[in-house]
Every structure is written in C-alpha cells, then in structure tokens.
Design a protein around this ligand. Sequence first.
Ligand code: SF4
Ligand SMILES: [Zn+2]
Ligand SMILES: [Zn+2]
Length: 306
Amino acid sequence: MKNFMKCDRCDNLAAYSRKYSGENFCSSCFSNSIIQKTTRTISKYNMIKRGDIVGVAVSGGKDSLSLLHVLKKISLAHDFKIKAITIDEGIPGYRDEALRIVNEFCSSIDVEHKVYSYKGLFGTTLTENLDLRGDEKISSCSICGILRRRAMDYGSDNLGVDVIATGHNLDDTLQTFIINLLAGDTKKIGWMDPDTSSNDTRKIKPFCEIYENELVFYAFSNNIPFQSEECPHMNEGIRTEIRNFLNSLEKSHSGIKNNMYKSITKISSILRDQDQMEWKICASCGSKCTGEICSVCNTLSNLRSK
Ligand code: SF4
Ligand SMILES: [Zn+2]
Ligand SMILES: [Zn+2]
C-alpha cells in the first residue's frame, strides 16, 4: 500500500515537498510558508515602510500575479497599500490576453490597476521599434528593458507610489548574475544587491529568496489565473539555457541555488559599495542618468536615425 506523507505543520496530507529543507506541506501550509518567507524578506531588507503605497508591476505571468496576491494578504495585516501597474509593450497577440487576466484579477481582489503603454509614452510600440533595428544586433529584450524601466518610473510617479515591487524570484537573480558575468558587466552585478536603503525610488523584489517552481505551485494551489502564452522574444537570449542548466544542477544538488544566491548578494553588495555612480540630467528629456544622454533617448534616437 502506498505510504502517504503528512504535512509537517498540520494533520492534512502533504502536497508539496521542499527538497532543500526536507519539509513537507499541505497546500494551505505551503501557501502560508510562502507568505511568511516573503514577509521575512521584506523586513530583512527594509523593503516596505509604514504607510507606503506599493506599486506592484503586474505582467500577467505567474510570478507577478502571485506577488499581487501575497502582498494583498500581507498589506491587510501591515500598514501599507498596493496598486497594480501593467506596462503594455505593444506586442500583438501576447499582451492582450495578459491585460484581460490582470484586469479581472485586480477587480476580484479589489486593487486599483493602471496600464501604461510604450505607444502612449514614447509614440511607438516595441514591435515598431524592433522593425527599425535593421542589421544591428541590439536584442529585443535590451530595448524592451530600457523602455520598461522608464515606463515603470513614469507609472509610479503618475500613480503616486513610494516603491515599485516586481515579481522577480531567486532563479531570475541567478540567471541575471550569470548573464552579467558572461557579458563582463560588473556594474550591473553591483546593482543586483537587494538592499534598497540608499535608493530614491525603492525598487524591491519581495520574492528574491523564493524558487521559481514554488511560485508555480503557489499560483496553482491558490487558483490564480495567469497567462500561459510566452512573449515571442523570450528565447532570443541565453536566459533559457542558463535556467535549464541551473535547474539540472538543483535536481542533483538540492539547495545549490540557495547557496549561489547567498554568494551573489555578498558579491553585489561589495561591488555596489565600490562603484558609487555620479548622477547627471539627460540633455534631451531631463531624466536622471549616468551619461550626457539617457539610455531611452539614446536608444530611440539610434533606432529612428536608421
Ligand atoms: S521577453 Fe523580452 S521582449 Fe518580451 S516582454 Fe520580456 S523583456 Fe520584453
Ligand atoms: Zn498543513
Ligand atoms: Zn533622455
């Protein structure tokens, strides 16, 4: 006869085994463990202060919708409010489904939701910009990332939020670290430090200590609807290869991702302390930047001059 495992925290049957810690949970205790872990991360890095309005960046994927769900629960017990922000890049066939899912989910949990589009902010969609590239090898995600950061800054000002929360998980941090390492970009490694105490607009990642597969389980066990369709540009870079490599390592060495995460936070905080940036004002749009012209103006003017 099959031996059913019990939950370590109650009398229910276990539905999830956390391999790296040896814990077994029923669905409800698992969800509580994610909420507790997220609450600990928020307090460890002082991510949210009393009375803050937190703008949650919600793309419609499992991570961001789970983050909205978790932060809504935490906000009810702590003194902060949340609002949802979605960026519409203008990728035909992909973003429309997500916008519908996010809109319905926000209404169901009573969270204000606002959409900001590249077309509305920059006059062109991502797809129109990508068509201008010609032979130059600037990746779709680099252009999209530069525009998204500016769109999020605009959205957070417009909605009057104090801090922006994104659904990036532990796996995302490991992948980004390896991508920056392989590109020789130590500046960006310094920016990965989750300690936000010295930033103007805090950008926080409350799921930065949670494995991606646990967020999939959280979304399923809480019936959170999320977009299944992937962005058509998703597999253009090496992120997917690195993701698969790290997953195969974790499979045979449970907890290796946690160890790597701890090393990354130490390395990035040392690099951040060493590399103090000098801020300037973009001569073209007046945004804060590190050069004479900001990356958004630079990227758009390069594309338009083709
Ligand atoms: S996968 Fe790349 S192009 Fe697609 S939405 Fe994400 S950053 Fe933008
Ligand atoms: Zn239980
Ligand atoms: Zn500019």
